[in-house]
Ligand binder design. Sequence first.
Ligand code: GTP
Ligand code: MG
Length: 361
Amino acid sequence: MSEPMNEQKPEHEPQPELEHESELDQPEADEDDADLDEGEFDESDDADEDDGEDASEPAAAYTGDHRCGFAALVGRPNVGKSTLMNALLERKLSIVTPKPQTTRHRIVGILNTDAYQIAFVDTPGIHSGQKRALNQAMNRSALASLDDSDVLVFVVEALRFTDEDERVLTRIKSTGRPAILVVNKVDRVTPRERLLPFMAQMAERHPFVDVVPLSARRHGEAQRLASVIAKHLPASPPLYPPDQITESSPQFLATEIIREKLTLQTHEELPYGLTVEIEQWTTDEETGRFIVGAVIWVEREGQKAIVIGDQGGRLKEVGRAARYDLNELLGKRIHLELWVKVKENWADNANQLRRFGYDSA
Ligand SMILES: Nc1nc2c(ncn2[C@@H]2O[C@H](COP(=O)(O)OP(=O)(O)OP(=O)(O)O)[C@@H](O)[C@H]2O)c(=O)[nH]1
Ligand SMILES: [Mg+2]
Protein backbone atom coordinates (compact mmCIF):
# COMPACT_ATOMS: atom_id res chain seq x y z
CA MET A 1 0.00 0.00 0.00
CA SER A 2 2.85 2.38 0.29
CA GLU A 3 4.95 2.77 -2.75
CA PRO A 4 8.18 4.65 -2.32
CA MET A 5 7.83 8.38 -2.34
CA ASN A 6 9.38 10.08 -5.26
CA GLU A 7 10.49 13.29 -3.68
CA GLN A 8 12.85 13.46 -0.87
CA LYS A 9 14.17 10.15 0.21
CA PRO A 10 12.24 9.35 3.29
CA GLU A 11 14.45 7.91 5.89
CA HIS A 12 13.10 5.22 8.01
CA GLU A 13 13.33 5.72 11.68
CA PRO A 14 12.62 2.26 12.84
CA GLN A 15 11.19 2.48 16.25
CA PRO A 16 12.24 -0.33 18.47
CA GLU A 17 9.34 -2.19 19.87
CA LEU A 18 8.14 -0.48 22.93
CA GLU A 19 7.93 -3.27 25.38
CA HIS A 20 5.32 -2.45 27.86
CA GLU A 21 3.21 -4.04 30.43
CA SER A 22 -0.08 -2.79 29.04
CA GLU A 23 -1.96 -5.98 29.44
CA LEU A 24 -4.97 -6.84 27.54
CA ASP A 25 -7.58 -6.52 30.14
CA GLN A 26 -10.35 -5.72 27.78
CA PRO A 27 -10.91 -8.20 25.06
CA GLU A 28 -14.17 -6.53 24.27
CA ALA A 29 -13.25 -5.02 20.93
CA ASP A 30 -14.98 -6.80 18.16
CA GLU A 31 -13.22 -7.97 15.18
CA ASP A 32 -15.72 -6.01 13.12
CA ASP A 33 -15.23 -6.96 9.59
CA ALA A 34 -16.44 -3.64 8.59
CA ASP A 35 -17.92 -4.64 5.31
CA LEU A 36 -21.12 -3.00 4.68
CA ASP A 37 -23.70 -3.32 2.09
CA GLU A 38 -25.78 -0.30 2.63
CA GLY A 39 -29.13 -0.80 1.13
CA GLU A 40 -28.81 -4.52 1.46
CA PHE A 41 -31.57 -4.81 3.93
CA ASP A 42 -34.96 -5.86 2.85
CA GLU A 43 -37.13 -2.90 2.36
CA SER A 44 -40.08 -5.00 1.57
CA ASP A 45 -40.98 -8.63 1.54
CA ASP A 46 -42.25 -8.84 -1.95
CA ALA A 47 -39.06 -9.50 -3.80
CA ASP A 48 -40.95 -12.03 -5.88
CA GLU A 49 -42.94 -9.42 -7.72
CA ASP A 50 -41.88 -8.72 -11.27
CA ASP A 51 -38.93 -6.49 -10.86
CA GLY A 52 -38.28 -3.86 -13.36
CA GLU A 53 -41.00 -1.71 -14.66
CA ASP A 54 -43.08 -0.92 -11.64
CA ALA A 55 -41.52 2.30 -10.43
CA SER A 56 -45.06 3.52 -9.91
CA GLU A 57 -45.85 0.60 -7.64
CA PRO A 58 -44.80 1.61 -4.14
CA ALA A 59 -42.86 -1.06 -2.31
CA ALA A 60 -44.88 -2.63 0.45
CA ALA A 61 -44.52 -0.12 3.25
CA TYR A 62 -42.78 -1.17 6.39
CA THR A 63 -45.41 -1.39 9.05
CA GLY A 64 -43.35 -2.19 12.14
CA ASP A 65 -42.39 0.14 14.99
CA HIS A 66 -38.66 -0.14 14.62
CA ARG A 67 -36.88 3.08 13.63
CA CYS A 68 -33.66 3.42 11.78
CA GLY A 69 -31.63 6.07 10.01
CA PHE A 70 -28.63 8.37 9.90
CA ALA A 71 -28.04 11.14 12.41
CA ALA A 72 -25.14 13.45 11.56
CA LEU A 73 -23.38 15.23 14.41
CA VAL A 74 -22.41 18.58 12.98
CA GLY A 75 -20.96 21.81 14.27
CA ARG A 76 -17.84 23.92 14.34
CA PRO A 77 -14.57 22.37 15.55
CA ASN A 78 -14.09 21.49 19.21
CA VAL A 79 -17.70 21.65 20.40
CA GLY A 80 -17.62 17.98 21.44
CA LYS A 81 -19.14 16.06 18.52
CA SER A 82 -16.74 13.14 18.78
CA THR A 83 -16.99 13.01 22.55
CA LEU A 84 -20.74 12.91 22.12
CA MET A 85 -20.66 10.12 19.56
CA ASN A 86 -18.46 8.02 21.81
CA ALA A 87 -20.79 8.65 24.72
CA LEU A 88 -23.81 7.68 22.63
CA LEU A 89 -22.10 4.46 21.60
CA GLU A 90 -20.62 3.85 25.04
CA ARG A 91 -17.33 3.04 23.41
CA LYS A 92 -14.51 4.99 21.95
CA LEU A 93 -14.71 5.08 18.19
CA SER A 94 -13.80 8.66 17.29
CA ILE A 95 -10.67 10.32 18.51
CA VAL A 96 -10.90 13.31 20.83
CA THR A 97 -8.37 15.99 21.71
CA PRO A 98 -8.60 19.48 23.20
CA LYS A 99 -7.43 20.88 19.85
CA PRO A 100 -9.83 22.01 17.14
CA GLN A 101 -10.01 20.16 13.81
CA THR A 102 -9.26 16.79 15.32
CA THR A 103 -11.76 14.80 13.26
CA ARG A 104 -10.89 14.76 9.57
CA HIS A 105 -13.20 12.08 8.22
CA ARG A 106 -16.82 11.07 8.34
CA ILE A 107 -17.05 8.27 10.89
CA VAL A 108 -20.16 6.16 11.28
CA GLY A 109 -20.95 4.61 14.64
CA ILE A 110 -23.98 2.34 14.96
CA LEU A 111 -26.16 2.07 18.03
CA ASN A 112 -28.62 -0.79 18.34
CA THR A 113 -31.52 -1.21 20.69
CA ASP A 114 -34.63 -3.31 20.30
CA ALA A 115 -36.60 -0.25 19.33
CA TYR A 116 -34.16 1.52 17.01
CA GLN A 117 -30.88 1.49 15.20
CA ILE A 118 -29.12 4.83 14.80
CA ALA A 119 -26.15 5.32 12.50
CA PHE A 120 -24.43 8.35 14.01
CA VAL A 121 -22.18 10.19 11.64
CA ASP A 122 -19.38 12.05 13.34
CA THR A 123 -18.09 14.77 11.04
CA PRO A 124 -15.13 17.13 10.88
CA GLY A 125 -15.81 20.50 12.49
CA ILE A 126 -16.96 22.90 9.80
CA HIS A 127 -14.57 25.84 9.74
CA SER A 128 -13.56 28.75 7.61
CA GLY A 129 -10.54 30.89 6.96
CA GLN A 130 -8.15 28.11 6.03
CA LYS A 131 -7.23 27.54 2.47
CA ARG A 132 -5.33 24.30 2.67
CA ALA A 133 -6.58 21.37 0.59
CA LEU A 134 -6.93 19.33 3.78
CA ASN A 135 -9.23 21.92 5.35
CA GLN A 136 -11.35 22.00 2.25
CA ALA A 137 -11.57 18.22 2.15
CA MET A 138 -12.65 18.19 5.79
CA ASN A 139 -15.35 20.76 5.18
CA ARG A 140 -16.59 18.98 2.10
CA SER A 141 -16.82 15.73 3.97
CA ALA A 142 -18.84 17.36 6.77
CA LEU A 143 -21.14 19.20 4.40
CA ALA A 144 -21.82 16.05 2.37
CA SER A 145 -22.98 14.35 5.57
CA LEU A 146 -25.60 17.06 6.04
CA ASP A 147 -27.28 15.97 2.86
CA ASP A 148 -27.04 12.27 3.56
CA SER A 149 -28.75 12.19 6.92
CA ASP A 150 -32.29 11.77 8.18
CA VAL A 151 -31.77 14.06 11.11
CA LEU A 152 -29.08 16.59 11.95
CA VAL A 153 -27.72 17.01 15.44
CA PHE A 154 -26.30 20.52 15.67
CA VAL A 155 -23.80 20.62 18.50
CA VAL A 156 -22.88 23.95 20.09
CA GLU A 157 -21.09 24.87 23.29
CA ALA A 158 -23.17 26.19 26.15
CA LEU A 159 -23.25 29.98 26.23
CA ARG A 160 -21.17 30.34 23.07
CA PHE A 161 -22.54 31.00 19.64
CA THR A 162 -19.90 32.24 17.21
CA ASP A 163 -19.86 33.31 13.58
CA GLU A 164 -18.66 29.84 12.72
CA ASP A 165 -21.67 28.32 14.50
CA GLU A 166 -23.86 30.70 12.57
CA ARG A 167 -22.41 29.55 9.26
CA VAL A 168 -23.03 25.93 10.18
CA LEU A 169 -26.61 26.75 11.07
CA THR A 170 -27.08 28.41 7.70
CA ARG A 171 -26.02 25.18 6.01
CA ILE A 172 -28.35 23.18 8.24
CA LYS A 173 -31.25 25.40 7.31
CA SER A 174 -30.53 24.99 3.64
CA THR A 175 -30.95 21.22 3.87
CA GLY A 176 -34.50 21.55 5.17
CA ARG A 177 -33.90 18.51 7.36
CA PRO A 178 -35.06 18.19 10.94
CA ALA A 179 -32.39 19.45 13.30
CA ILE A 180 -31.95 18.75 16.99
CA LEU A 181 -29.91 21.27 18.95
CA VAL A 182 -27.47 19.86 21.48
CA VAL A 183 -26.12 22.43 23.89
CA ASN A 184 -23.01 20.66 25.08
CA LYS A 185 -20.56 21.25 27.93
CA VAL A 186 -23.23 22.36 30.36
CA ASP A 187 -21.03 21.03 33.16
CA ARG A 188 -19.14 24.31 32.79
CA VAL A 189 -22.22 26.39 33.50
CA THR A 190 -23.14 27.24 37.05
CA PRO A 191 -25.70 27.98 38.14
CA ARG A 192 -27.61 26.06 35.53
CA GLU A 193 -30.22 28.82 35.14
CA ARG A 194 -27.65 30.81 33.22
CA LEU A 195 -28.45 28.51 30.32
CA LEU A 196 -32.04 29.61 30.00
CA PRO A 197 -31.56 32.86 28.07
CA PHE A 198 -29.08 31.12 25.77
CA MET A 199 -31.54 28.32 25.06
CA ALA A 200 -34.25 30.87 24.36
CA GLN A 201 -32.04 32.75 21.89
CA MET A 202 -31.13 29.51 20.17
CA ALA A 203 -34.77 28.53 19.84
CA GLU A 204 -35.34 31.82 18.03
CA ARG A 205 -32.60 31.15 15.53
CA HIS A 206 -34.18 28.02 14.14
CA PRO A 207 -37.23 25.81 14.69
CA PHE A 208 -35.22 22.94 16.14
CA VAL A 209 -37.31 19.80 16.55
CA ASP A 210 -35.76 19.29 20.00
CA VAL A 211 -33.28 21.11 22.19
CA VAL A 212 -31.15 19.02 24.52
CA PRO A 213 -28.69 20.54 26.98
CA LEU A 214 -26.13 18.01 28.17
CA SER A 215 -22.57 17.24 28.98
CA ALA A 216 -21.10 14.62 26.68
CA ARG A 217 -18.58 13.93 29.39
CA ARG A 218 -21.17 12.97 31.96
CA HIS A 219 -22.29 9.42 31.92
CA GLY A 220 -25.90 8.80 31.00
CA GLU A 221 -26.80 12.18 29.53
CA ALA A 222 -26.03 11.11 25.97
CA GLN A 223 -28.21 8.01 26.30
CA ARG A 224 -31.27 10.17 26.76
CA LEU A 225 -30.34 12.00 23.58
CA ALA A 226 -30.38 8.72 21.65
CA SER A 227 -34.07 8.21 22.27
CA VAL A 228 -34.80 11.82 21.30
CA ILE A 229 -32.97 11.27 18.01
CA ALA A 230 -34.79 7.99 17.37
CA LYS A 231 -38.15 9.78 17.47
CA HIS A 232 -37.15 11.69 14.35
CA LEU A 233 -35.98 8.71 12.32
CA PRO A 234 -38.13 6.93 9.79
CA ALA A 235 -39.88 3.68 10.64
CA SER A 236 -37.61 1.09 9.10
CA PRO A 237 -36.03 -2.26 9.86
CA PRO A 238 -32.34 -2.12 10.73
CA LEU A 239 -29.91 -1.22 7.98
CA TYR A 240 -26.89 -2.86 9.55
CA PRO A 241 -26.40 -6.29 11.07
CA PRO A 242 -26.78 -6.09 14.85
CA ASP A 243 -23.13 -6.76 15.57
CA GLN A 244 -21.77 -4.09 13.27
CA ILE A 245 -20.57 -1.03 15.13
CA THR A 246 -18.94 1.01 12.40
CA GLU A 247 -18.25 1.27 8.70
CA SER A 248 -14.60 2.06 9.35
CA SER A 249 -11.94 -0.58 8.91
CA PRO A 250 -9.75 -1.56 11.86
CA GLN A 251 -6.78 -0.20 9.91
CA PHE A 252 -8.40 3.22 9.63
CA LEU A 253 -9.27 3.21 13.32
CA ALA A 254 -5.66 2.30 14.08
CA THR A 255 -4.35 5.30 12.14
CA GLU A 256 -6.75 7.50 14.04
CA ILE A 257 -5.59 6.21 17.41
CA ILE A 258 -1.98 6.92 16.49
CA ARG A 259 -2.90 10.38 15.24
CA GLU A 260 -4.76 11.08 18.46
CA LYS A 261 -1.71 10.28 20.56
CA LEU A 262 0.47 12.38 18.27
CA THR A 263 -1.92 15.29 18.45
CA LEU A 264 -1.94 15.11 22.22
CA GLN A 265 1.87 15.08 22.29
CA THR A 266 2.56 17.89 19.81
CA HIS A 267 1.73 21.56 19.70
CA GLU A 268 1.00 24.60 17.60
CA GLU A 269 0.78 23.81 13.92
CA LEU A 270 2.37 20.39 14.10
CA PRO A 271 -0.77 18.29 14.71
CA TYR A 272 -2.26 19.77 11.55
CA GLY A 273 0.68 18.64 9.45
CA LEU A 274 0.58 15.03 10.56
CA THR A 275 -1.09 12.08 8.98
CA VAL A 276 -0.69 8.37 9.57
CA GLU A 277 -0.60 5.52 7.11
CA ILE A 278 -0.58 1.81 7.88
CA GLU A 279 2.17 -0.08 6.10
CA GLN A 280 2.11 -3.40 7.82
CA TRP A 281 -0.76 -5.38 9.26
CA THR A 282 0.28 -8.99 9.64
CA THR A 283 0.81 -11.83 12.02
CA ASP A 284 4.42 -12.82 12.49
CA GLU A 285 4.50 -16.52 11.77
CA GLU A 286 7.34 -17.20 14.17
CA THR A 287 6.19 -15.36 17.22
CA GLY A 288 2.48 -15.36 16.50
CA ARG A 289 2.42 -11.67 17.33
CA PHE A 290 0.31 -9.26 15.40
CA ILE A 291 2.42 -6.51 13.86
CA VAL A 292 1.10 -3.08 13.05
CA GLY A 293 3.57 -0.89 11.18
CA ALA A 294 2.65 2.73 10.57
CA VAL A 295 4.27 5.71 8.94
CA ILE A 296 3.75 9.13 10.47
CA TRP A 297 3.97 11.65 7.67
CA VAL A 298 5.04 15.18 8.48
CA GLU A 299 5.38 18.14 6.19
CA ARG A 300 8.89 19.31 6.89
CA GLU A 301 12.19 17.87 7.93
CA GLY A 302 12.24 19.97 11.09
CA GLN A 303 8.96 18.46 12.22
CA LYS A 304 10.41 15.01 12.08
CA ALA A 305 12.84 15.71 14.90
CA ILE A 306 10.04 17.16 16.99
CA VAL A 307 7.84 14.11 16.54
CA ILE A 308 10.70 11.79 17.40
CA GLY A 309 11.65 13.90 20.41
CA ASP A 310 14.70 13.92 22.55
CA GLN A 311 16.29 10.49 22.32
CA GLY A 312 13.15 9.20 20.72
CA GLY A 313 11.19 9.99 23.85
CA ARG A 314 8.13 11.54 22.25
CA LEU A 315 7.70 8.80 19.70
CA LYS A 316 8.13 6.22 22.39
CA GLU A 317 5.39 7.81 24.45
CA VAL A 318 3.10 8.02 21.42
CA GLY A 319 3.78 4.36 20.66
CA ARG A 320 3.12 3.28 24.21
CA ALA A 321 -0.19 5.10 24.42
CA ALA A 322 -1.29 4.03 20.95
CA ARG A 323 -0.44 0.43 21.55
CA TYR A 324 -2.50 0.32 24.67
CA ASP A 325 -5.59 1.49 22.73
CA LEU A 326 -4.80 -0.74 19.77
CA ASN A 327 -4.61 -3.78 21.99
CA GLU A 328 -8.05 -2.91 23.18
CA LEU A 329 -9.42 -2.15 19.73
CA LEU A 330 -8.15 -5.36 18.19
CA GLY A 331 -8.71 -7.55 21.21
CA LYS A 332 -5.17 -8.85 21.09
CA ARG A 333 -1.71 -7.85 21.98
CA ILE A 334 0.05 -6.12 19.15
CA HIS A 335 3.55 -5.10 18.26
CA LEU A 336 3.64 -1.52 16.99
CA GLU A 337 6.32 -0.07 14.78
CA LEU A 338 6.34 3.61 13.94
CA TRP A 339 8.37 5.46 11.35
CA VAL A 340 8.44 9.18 10.72
CA LYS A 341 8.80 10.38 7.15
CA VAL A 342 8.57 13.69 5.36
CA LYS A 343 6.23 14.48 2.53
CA GLU A 344 6.59 18.16 1.83
CA ASN A 345 3.32 20.05 2.28
CA TRP A 346 1.18 17.00 1.75
CA ALA A 347 -1.82 18.81 3.24
CA ASP A 348 -1.85 21.25 0.33
CA ASN A 349 -1.82 18.60 -2.31
CA ALA A 350 -5.06 17.02 -3.46
CA ASN A 351 -3.35 13.94 -4.91
CA GLN A 352 -1.50 13.29 -1.71
CA LEU A 353 -4.69 13.71 0.27
CA ARG A 354 -6.40 11.08 -1.80
CA ARG A 355 -3.51 8.77 -1.34
CA PHE A 356 -3.72 9.26 2.40
CA GLY A 357 -7.40 8.40 2.32
CA TYR A 358 -9.06 11.80 2.60
CA ASP A 359 -12.28 11.03 0.81
CA SER A 360 -13.47 14.07 -0.93
CA ALA A 361 -10.12 15.66 -1.67
N1 GTP B 1 -16.12 20.34 29.90
C1 GTP B 1 -16.50 19.61 28.86
N2 GTP B 1 -15.64 19.36 27.87
C2 GTP B 1 -16.08 18.61 26.84
C3 GTP B 1 -17.39 18.11 26.76
N3 GTP B 1 -17.51 17.43 25.60
C4 GTP B 1 -16.32 17.50 24.99
N4 GTP B 1 -15.45 18.20 25.72
C5 GTP B 1 -14.04 18.49 25.41
O1 GTP B 1 -13.98 19.34 24.28
C6 GTP B 1 -12.79 19.06 23.52
C7 GTP B 1 -13.15 18.79 22.08
O2 GTP B 1 -13.90 17.59 22.03
P1 GTP B 1 -14.12 16.80 20.66
O3 GTP B 1 -15.10 15.74 20.94
O4 GTP B 1 -12.81 16.41 20.08
O5 GTP B 1 -14.76 17.95 19.77
P2 GTP B 1 -15.19 17.88 18.23
O6 GTP B 1 -16.40 18.71 18.09
O7 GTP B 1 -15.30 16.46 17.80
O8 GTP B 1 -13.95 18.58 17.56
P3 GTP B 1 -13.43 18.47 16.02
O9 GTP B 1 -13.22 17.02 15.73
O10 GTP B 1 -12.16 19.22 16.07
O11 GTP B 1 -14.46 19.10 15.17
C8 GTP B 1 -12.13 17.88 24.21
O12 GTP B 1 -11.13 18.36 25.06
C9 GTP B 1 -13.27 17.26 25.01
O13 GTP B 1 -12.84 16.54 26.15
C10 GTP B 1 -18.29 18.39 27.84
O14 GTP B 1 -19.45 18.01 27.87
N5 GTP B 1 -17.78 19.14 28.84
MG1 MG C 1 -14.26 15.42 16.38
